[in-house]
Design a protein around this ligand. Structure first.
Ligand code: NAD
Ligand code: UDX
Length: 461
């Protein structure tokens, strides 16, 4: 099948590449000419594991190409996917300007009988709106509009796309249902479940799914705080909850509050839609507020529990909103670093992939190439992203290079006993303090829920 992809971001590039791997002929266009130039040169403008090799393979096989021209990209396509951004406006409503511009572009070149499938996350009623725009632009054109929301996660985008929990297709006519079913046949034949429904149902499924996942995270974050106050450990508690098949084990890892390009904006848009339609989403409204407050509270916890003063040095490890991506959109670091700086602390930062993106948002940060350089002479280390590199950090080296030796592990990556054995004072989320090896502890449970312990420092070598 001939496919056009409008938008070459995280979703557009992953989807275009995977469709090409599935045997379709794909042309990808983006309004950003520099991005297309990079792609034509074989460079991936984002970091996403496995994607660059797969994209090069697809281009070499002749199944995938990039185009600066909308006409060239859309003209021969049987189906055109819109994978452009759908950010939130400052008051939390959906900004459909990219979708509307893409719809106008597509209407100019679309061949009769073709289908436009909206892959972007959009509110119920957007397919209808796109249909109206296109009909206004080209009155005699025969076409269909369908919703085909995407559920991939950054960092595991290709696996998520190729082995999806389900494929959601929202159609209001047979033509789009049959064309979209055909596009996904290689995946459904391998067992991927397909949910074929109406366009508003498909549009709503996406927001409701993201809102529910975000709720799970908000829930476990509050449970972690309760664990810290009651001597329980959130790890086994989450495991015990998650083994109930009605709940499931995923999205029960406590952290510094969810971030990324989707959950923050999608929960806001979901809540704003409910507000506007007289069906308020009170749970989600509360979640949004609590998630933002969590980032602020955890930054303040660093200052208070670390007993930091003006001029103290804090090493922030992890700027990406999660591991295995270079994306910093709504990352905890973007909220927390300015709070630390405002308190007079000096911030050094490290991230294996997200430094260039983070630099655009953060000022007066000392950037380092390794976590150890960041920690050198630092009074506190704060882990914000669950990179494998931090999970396997050399604690002995860290302890020797730091000044005050306080570690805030806001992803519960490290083993508290191992950290304790290296003489580091350790705060994590919802885990009990570990008794110091051979010394009395100054450990206390903070009113805000972290756990602190100080143990004898090993001799420096
Ligand atoms: P992105 O910002 O990475 O990419 C969007 C691309 O669209 C940009 O390169 C931009 O230049 C291009 N664009 C904007 N207007 C255009 C136009 N008129 N014509 C051609 N190109 C245009 O966004 P993304 O993260 O890929 O997300 C895209 C959509 O998919 C959003 O609705 C998002 O909510 C949804 N989504 C994202 C993810 C994710 O993990 N990032 C997952 C599922 C769904
Ligand atoms: C999300 C959705 O999962 C995906 O289906 C949608 O298509 C796009 O948005 P993504 O933002 O890439 O994907 O990452 P995800 O793994 O969902 O994590 C989102 C945020 O929640 C991150 O900040 C992550 O660190 C946080 N998170 C996730 C937790 O704090 N705990 C968890 O258990 C899971």
């Amino acid at each position: 099948m001939q496919i056009a992809m409008i938008g070459a971001g995280y979703v557009g590039l992953t989807t275009a590449t995977c469709f090409a791997e599935m045997g379709h002929e794909v042309a990808c266009h983006d309004v950003d000419g520099e991005r297309i130039r990079q792609l034509e040169a074989g460079e991936l403008p984002i970091y996403e594991p496995r994607l660059e090799e797969a994209m090069r393979r697809a281009v070499a096989s002749g199944k995938l190409r990039f185009s600066r021209s909308g006409a060239d990209c859309v003209g021969g396509a049987d189906i055109v996917f819109l994978a452009v951004g759908t950010p939130a406006t400052p008051d939390g409503r959906i900004d459909l300007s990219q979708v509307e511009a893409a719809a106008r572009l597509v209407s100019r070149w679309l061949k009769p009988g073709a289908v436009v499938a909206i892959k972007s996350t959009v509110v119920a009623g957007t397919c209808r709106r796109v249909r109206e725009i296109m009909a206004e632009e080209r009155q005699s054109l025969d076409f269909s509009v369908a919703a085909n929301p995407e559920f991939l996660r950054e960092g595991s985008a290709m696996e998520d796309f190729l082995c999806p929990d389900r494929i959601v297709i929202g159609c209001d006519d047979r033509r789009s249902a049959s064309l979209l079913s055909e596009v996904y046949r290689p995946l459904t034949e391998r067992g991927a479940p397909k949910v074929l429904s109406s366009t508003p149902n498909a549009e709503l499924i996406k927001y409701a799914a993201n809102a529910f996942l975000a709720l799970k995270i908000g829930f476990i974050n509050e449970v972690a705080d309760l664990c810290a106050q009651t001597g329980a450990d959130v790890g086994p508690v989450a495991e015990g909850i998650g083994l109930d098949r009605r709940i499931g084990p995923s999205f029960l890892r406590p952290g510094p509050g969810y971030g990324g390009s989707c959950f923050p904006k999608d929960t806001c848009i979901f809540a704003a839609t409910g507000h506007g339609r007289g069906a308020r989403q009170f749970l989600i409204e509360t979640l949004i507020e609590r998630n933002e407050k969590r980032k602020v509270a955890l930054a303040r916890r660093v200052i208070a529990q670390g007993e930091l003063r003006e001029g103290s040095v804090v090493a922030v490890l992890g700027l990406a909103f999660k591991a295995n991506t270079d994306d910093v959109r709504e990352a905890a670091a973007l909220t927390m670093v300015p709070i630390l700086q405002k308190a007079g602390l000096r911030v050094r930062a490290h991230d294996p992939k997200a430094r260039a993106n983070a630099r655009q948002w953060l000022r007066d940060v000392e950037w380092t190439d390794t976590p150890y350089e960041a920690a050198h002479g630092a009074d506190a280390v704060v882990i914000l992203t669950e990179w494998e590199e931090y999970k396997n950090i050399d604690l002995g080296r860290l302890a020797c290079t730091m000044s005050q030796r306080v570690v805030f592990d806001y992803r519960n990556l490290l083993d508290p006993r191992a950290v304790a054995a290296h003489g580091l004072t350790y705060f994590s989320l919802g885990r009990p303090p570990v008794s110091p090896v051979g010394k009395s502890t100054r450990g206390r449970v903070s009113a805000l829920a972290g756990s602190r312990r100080r143990v004898a420092a090993p001799a420096r070598d």
